[in-house]
Design a binder for this molecule. Structure first.
Ligand code: ADP
Ligand code: ZN
Ligand code: ZN
Length: 792
């Protein structure tokens, strides 16, 4: 028997399956989807079994044997293997990179180089190595340069050899537990507390963690007393990491659906009954009860013994969604998001794999949750760009969701108040079935929205970033004990520093962008590469001391608000939420302490649902409009609608204020009127004229290099290849510099391909990618092929 294995070459340059022989006696133990260790050249590396075959195309006498397997159960299902192949082809990437995206990071191999004594070695070599490392082996990376130098003669002579070893990340967390030894009645009447403890331990079917007993008020001394008496035994047992263990979720029962919800529920569940892989667009205004529909659809899947996957854009930002799921489904819920440690993610993943959790709630990569028998897949806020990974593999979670829906013959539900144009267009053509929720659930109504023209405001003499109308609105909320949410999509204190004498603006030395002033640490920072320098009070160009700061970020607005209203402000942006758990902390503080104002970047626009929030202000509705991206209008409409939806979700009615310099722009006007249909029609007309998605598909090629000439040469070559290979109906735009021409010292040039039908395209892209990899890898030129790009 032979196994075809995809190997984990750290350089990711090989997209090929290698055949290995299954050692005798291991037949049946090595299965498809297993992680294995295999010899590869002089090294041993990790690989994944893709298929088992009786024969091989390679020369059987030269085929090596699998060294060993790493798991008892395979880590990849056949479904996941098919998905990996499909995604690698579709998004023009390596199999191994997709496989390692599908699996939790904890299952990845960790390679390290060690120096070891050779089988035959001199006593001197042994002594030198041991004096440096304290043993017979040393990790190369940990050695000081002079230690390496001392060892180098022995490396040359072969007494000491360098080897690559694999360490596994999959650490299970072990902890001390106790269990009772005797089942017969034990009488500890003279030690009541001991009896109580013994009863607890002997009543449990599994060992109980000492830590849990101590938390419940039993002392270590008490536990030791029972141990001394020979009544209990101690063991090391695996303790599952549960990030939510310290939280109590009060249970919650389903609501009676209103007629629109009932209709949506009926259509979705009938597809479930018919085992139909149907895609639904659940188009419902904010607060219309989409989540309630998801919860009930999932309940039905569970009732039928199936599982369900729920995707949310970024779960760290929406702790309320986790709450609702935990309250409804309890321990059946696994949570997967970027805020968890590798170990926590691995434990949640195993809960799913071993069938102990039947519902997952998670961000993009949780679409790979290893469920079997999936009954429903839900993508909430389907328009969010976070569903597409911005690094390789550049996959879109909805694309994977469609694949899994077909695989399991189950419905896929795309929910949103502001569908992406692509999705809405498909619902117009009947590719997706559209279900509409047009009213807020219960008796609530959408908030009243007004627009403030900031040019007018300036003419009237108010140069503050807070208009008179907004100021009055906030004051009124403070007096009534209600809360305000303010959106400003720009962090830092000031956008840039400028010399009033010569006009000099400090720029990032690595990127094509001005540096942002951060007052708290008195620094100028680049938001693209992380470059940081101290603020100079005099101009670097002309030494004048007339330097000022322009543009306003969240850090400065926080100061302005504190001065204006003499009140506490919660600020949420990348700077205040960098540490783990800070999102939740800040939001809890805002809610529980009833802080009057929450100010934040777009991370506050999604999912928040607080009864006392009755005013939402958008300080600058134009930030997104000015992006060099054909989706700028769409993103503006979506962001304004989402953030407006935070106001007046409960008994108190809400109000929203958009501040803008473009009061008549249709994206802003139609967001105010909550008129998605008109926005869609208008935007589609523009997309048709400019020949953009959804009328055309796109592929974006970006070439980058530190050397601008190499960059141009490679881009020209791709352009020429495309001209030769694609049909006359397709459009090739560029080469042109990327919107940000230089990031992290790399020059960037791009070409956009727009096409309607190119049957041979994927094959061509994969060949192109391979060719570029071969030709340019060593030259410091990289090519990124983004299929169906979301950010141009
Ligand atoms: P969405 O997901 O569309 O923003 P939610 O499901 O969060 O909407 O619903 C908004 C609010 O209305 C929530 O507080 C929810 O509990 C409540 N709600 C939803 N459906 C109903 C219903 N049928 N009856 C009463 N309240 C409902
Ligand atoms: Zn100057
Ligand atoms: Zn930079």
């Amino acid at each position: 028997m032979f196994a075809s294995v995809i190997v984990d070459i750290p350089s990711k340059s090989v997209n090929q399956v290698f055949d290995y022989r299954i050692p005798s006696g291991m037949e049946g133990l090595i299965r498809i989807g297993h992680r294995v260790l295999v010899p590869f050249g002089p090294r041993t590396i990790q690989g994944y079994v893709m298929s088992l075959n009786e024969t091989t195309d390679f020369d059987p006498t030269r085929i090596k044997e699998i060294a060993r397997t790493l798991d008892i159960e395979p880590v990849l299902t056949e479904e996941m293997i098919t998905i990996a192949m499909y995604l690698a082809d579709y998004y023009v990437d390596q199999y191994i990179s997709v496989i390692e995206t599908i699996l939790p990071a904890a299952l990845k191999a960790n390679y390290k180089k060690v120096l070891r004594l050779a089988d035959s070695h001199t006593a001197e070599a042994e002594q030198v190595l041991s004096s440096i490392s304290g043993g017979a082996e040393a990790e190369t990376k940990r050695l000081e340069p002079d230690a390496l130098e001392a060892l180098s003669p022995y490396l040359k002579s072969g007494d000491i050899q360098e080897e690559t070893v694999i360490t596994q990340h999959t650490k299970r967390k072990m902890a001390l537990a106790v269990y009772s030894l005797k089942q017969a009645d034990v009488d500890l009447s003279r030690a009541k507390k001991q009896q109580e403890l013994y009863d607890v331990i002997s009543a449990a079917s599994d060992p109980i963690f000492v830590r849990d007993l101590v938390n419940d008020g039993f002392s270590n001394a008490l536990i030791n007393a029972l141990h001394k008496k020979g009544l209990i035994a101690k063991v090391e047992a695996e303790m599952e990491r549960d990030p939510y263990s310290d939280r109590v979720f009060t249970s919650d029962s389903p609501k009676v659906l209103n007629s629109e919800q009932q209709h949506a529920y009926g259509r979705i569940t009938s597809a479930m009954d018919e085992h139909e892989a149907k895609t639904f667009l659940l188009h419902g205004i904010t607060g219309s009860g989409k989540t309630e529909v998801y919860l009930q659809v999932i309940q039905k899947a569970l009732d039928e013994g199936k599982t369900a996957i729920m995707l949310v854009p970024e779960i760290a930002l929406t702790p309320q969604m986790v709450n609702r799921f935990k309250r409804r489904f309890g321990d059946d819920v696994a949570v997967l998001h970027s805020g968890l440690s590798h170990g926590e993610k691995y434990d949640e993943w195993r809960k799913i794999k071993e069938g102990r959790a039947r519902v997952s709630v998670g961000a993009r990569s949780s679409i790979f949750a290893p469920f079997e028998n999936v009954g429903a897949i839900i993508v909430d806020e389907e328009h969010e760009t976070t569903y597409k990974q911005s690094d390789r593999p550049m996959y879109h979670a909805t694309e994977v969701a469609k694949f899994r829906s077909r695989y399991h013959n189950c419905p896929l539900i795309l929910g949103t108040a502001t569908p992406s144009l692509e999705t809405f267009a498909r619902s117009e053509r009947g590719v997706y079935e559209r279900l509409e929720l047009t009213m807020r659930a219960g008796t609530k109504v959408l908030p009243e929205i007004s627009i403030v023209d900031m040019s007018e405001e300036h003419r009237m003499g108010n140069t503050s970033i807070i208009s008179g109308t907004l100021e009055a609105g906030i004051r009124e909320r403070i007096e009534k004990g209600e809360q305000t949410v303010l959106l400003l999509n720009r962090r830092g204190y000031s956008n840039f520093q400028i010399c009033q004498s010569c006009g000099y603006v400090p720029m990032c030395p690595n990127c094509d962008i001005s540096l942002t002033y951060h007052k708290a640490n008195q620094s100028l920072m680049c938001h693209y590469c992380g470059y940081e320098s101290a603020v100079h009070r005099t101009c670097d160009n002309c030494q004048s001391d007339e330097v000022t700061f322009r543009g306003t970020g969240t850090e400065k607005v926080e100061e302005i608000l504190r001065d204006m209203f003499d009140t506490e402000v919660v600020r949420m942006d990348n700077d205040t939420t960098r540490r783990k758990g800070m999102h939740e902390k800040l939001l809890d503080h805002f809610e529980q302490e009833e802080i009057p104002i929450l100010l934040g970047t777009q991370m506050i626009a999604k999912g928040l649902d607080y009864p006392k929030v009755t005013l939402v202000g958008v300080l600058n509705a134009d930030t997104m409009l000015n992006l060099p991206d054909f989706r700028a209008n769409e993103k503006t409409y979506q962001l304004l609608t989402q953030v407006s939806g935070r106001a007046g979700r409960h008994e108190l009615s809400g109000e929203v204020i958009f501040q803008t310099y473009n009061p008549t722009h249709y994206a802003i006007q139609l967001a105010k009127e909550n008129d998605y249909r008109s926005f869609y029609d208008k935007e589609m007309a523009f997309r048709r004229l400019a020949r953009y998605s959804p009328y055309y598909f796109h592929v974006l090629f970006t070439v980058s290099s530190e050397d601008i000439r190499k960059c141009l040469k490679a881009t020209t070559h791709i352009h020429d290849t495309l001209v030769q290979e694609v049909s006359d109906q397709s459009i090739i735009v560029g080469p042109s510099p990327s919107p940000l021409e230089r990031i992290n010292r790399q020059y960037r040039f791009q070409i956009m391909l727009k096409y309607k039908r190119e049957p041979e395209l994927l094959k061509m892209l994969n060949t192109l990618d391979e060719h570029y990899h071969e030709a340019y890898r060593t030259e410091g030129i990289s090519l990124r092929i983004d299929v169906d790009p979301l950010v141009i």
